[in-house]
Design a protein around this ligand. Structure first.
Ligand SMILES: [Zn+2]
Length: 99
């Protein structure tokens, strides 16, 4: 089985973004999604593990409640910034073209 080097914080931030994007009223196009996640990740400590693909999800469950709160706080801040200065291009229908 393939062994990978992964930053668990990255997986967790993306997972949590997809879960709360509607709640924090954030555009979910790929540009905004990645902008919000990179902004957030630059403000959190990375957590690298050597793991097989199958082990990743169970490792993600090991994060504690305090960490989840930190990620939520940073995601919310990031979403506010990206909302103010979105980099997505809008199509003729006024919706982001890369949804
Ligand atoms: Zn967008």
């Amino acid at each position: 089985m393939e062994i990978l080097l992964r930053n668990l914080t990255e997986d967790y931030v993306i997972l949590l973004f997809d879960r709360i994007a509607d709640t924090i009223d954030c555009c979910k196009c790929q540009q905004c999604r990645l902008d919000v996640c990179s902004y957030t990740l630059n403000r959190l400590a990375p957590k690298y593990v050597v793991s097989t693909q199958g082990e990743l999800m169970s490792k993600l469950c090991e994060f504690d409640a305090q960490f989840e709160t930190n990620v939520m706080t940073e995601l919310t801040k990031a979403a506010a910034v990206i909302k103010k200065f979105p980099r997505h291009k809008l199509g003729e229908d006024g919706k982001p073209v890369n949804m």
